[in-house]
Design a protein around this ligand. Structure first.
Ligand SMILES: Nc1ncnc2c1ncn2[C@@H]1O[C@H](COP(=O)(O)OP(=O)(O)OP(=O)(O)O)[C@@H](O)[C@H]1O
Ligand SMILES: [Mg+2]
Length: 405
């Protein structure tokens, strides 16, 4: 089993996926732009070989470089779990005749309008939406959809340039503020709770499933700096409240022709119980979500993903034991972190439930909370009961303070 893996050193989760592949018996050929010497140690240990290419993100150039470097050798899989490279991986598969999802299928997990069109065609509920490229198109779409609405880039991430618009005056302001976005989606605003549906699939069939709740909704968390956003895995996937969302998720896998690998979907639950598709990627969720899922059941999804990709199965027998929450913190003030308050007391109160504390330390420069979801650091906690997990998450949000100047 020979696996070509794009970008084996970055983002931070990738070395563990490479490690997982090696552990299930694959030979892993890493592909990246940087020199092999710059790779993380974990990656270097697990790779059989490394191919340095001049332009990883230029699909034609990548296909060309790999065709030459791999000439004559059989490749069984070409994988990437990083959003900007999932199409490139599919193009390489097509060029080398390697099995896996086609570029057209992967496009359905990348293009926010295309994914909604395909999901809607399967009879599933999506927000009413129109693809818009010019100011005139935005205004026309807004006229048809009415307020409130959402305007967001077709190829967006991290809620960047995503706006809720309630009035015509706001629409003017948002159009001016997003003049640099070449292609956007204008959508009906869906009010309600926001969740994820995450899977590892084998030939489109989920062999691992997870649901998380966002607290608060990401757009609100991304617009208000004072908030400590939390994402919590839902231990009990059988509870009635989320059944319609799981059913929606399974339908989406079929509608988009999912193959084998990770998916990360977002969905909304309206106050009347109706569930609505949000968006989906054919890769693992970011911001340590995989670690949260691992902590939920004490499993190793890096390796199970690799097993699914290489051998078409997973080996997961542990039950879901915990609700696992990640809480992102943002400092008050700008510049360098000066002090952290409340942390010791928080740890003393919740010692048995804390898994990770990775906050920036005094002397370190603040991160840009608009650019990175992890903000100025995070804590991961878990608890067998939902209320228990929320109480601790709330404690972390309320009582830990970070101050910069
Ligand atoms: N139609 C909608 N109705 C209500 N809220 C929406 C809608 N579309 C987007 N949002 C809000 O904006 C957030 C960001 O939108 P979306 O998830 O589509 O973009 P993204 O930038 O890819 O997000 P991510 O942070 O997951 O990368 C959503 O999590 C949700 O809170
Ligand atoms: Mg999103």
């Amino acid at each position: 089993m020979r696996v070509v893996f794009l970008s084996p050193g970055y983002p931070a989760e990738m070395p563990d996926f490479v490690r997982g592949l090696a552990e299930v018996g694959a030979q892993v050929i890493g592909v990246g732009e940087g020199p092999a010497a710059g790779l993380p140690e974990k990656t270097r240990k697990a790779l059989t070989e490394y191919i340095q290419v001049p332009r990883l993100f230029d699909e034609n150039s990548l296909v060309h470089s790999l065709s030459i470097a791999l000439r004559g050798r059989k490749v069984d899989r070409v994988e990437s779990l990083w959003e900007p490279l999932v199409i490139a991986a599919a193009k390489v598969r097509e060029a080398l005749g390697v099995p896996g999802m086609s570029a057209d299928t992967v496009e359905g997990f990348r293009d926010k309008q295309l994914m909604k069109d395909r999901v809607a065609r399967a009879g599933l509920r999506v927000p009413q939406a129109e693809r818009v490229r010019t100011q005139a198109e935005v205004r026309a779409a807004a006229g048809r959809l009415g307020f409130p609405l959402i305007l967001k880039p077709i190829a967006g991430a991290g809620s960047a340039d995503t706006h809720r618009v309630d009035t015509a005056a706001q629409l003017d302001a948002v159009i001016r503020a997003t003049a640099h976005v070449t292609e956007a989606s204008c959508e009906e605003f869906v009010d309600g709770e926001e969740y994820t549906y995450d899977t590892i699939c084998v030939n489109g069939v989920p062999v691992y499933e997870n649901v998380c709740r966002y607290l608060p909704r990401p757009l609100i968390a991304r617009t208000n700096e004072w908030i400590s956003p939390a994402v919590v895995t839902v231990r009990d996937l059988d509870q009635p409240h989320i059944q319609a969302g799981i059913k929606l998720g399974r339908g989406v896998m079929k509608a988009l022709g999912m193959g084998t690998g990770f998916t990360h979907m977002e969905w909304y639950r309206k106050p009347n119980g109706e569930v609505v598709f949000g968006e989906i990627g054919c890769r693992v969720g970011g911001a340590r979500l995989i670690d949260q899922m691992n902590f939920t059941s004490d499993i190793d999804l890096y390796r199970e993903w690799a097993r699914a990709v290489c051998w078409g199965k997973v080996d997961i027998t542990h039950p879901r034991m915990y609700n696992c929450a990640i809480i992102f913190k943002r400092a008050q003030g700008q510049g360098v972190i000066q002090r952290i308050t409340g942390l010791h007391d928080f740890i003393r109160r919740n010692r048995d439930h804390i898994l990770v504390e990775d906050l920036l330390r005094p002397g370190q420069r603040r991160r840009d909370w608009k650019q990175t979801l992890v903000s100025d650091g995070y804590l991961i906690i878990r608890h067998p009961t939902w209320e228990g997990a929320l109480t601790i998450a709330d404690d972390a949000a309320q009582t830990i303070g970070m101050f910069a100047e």
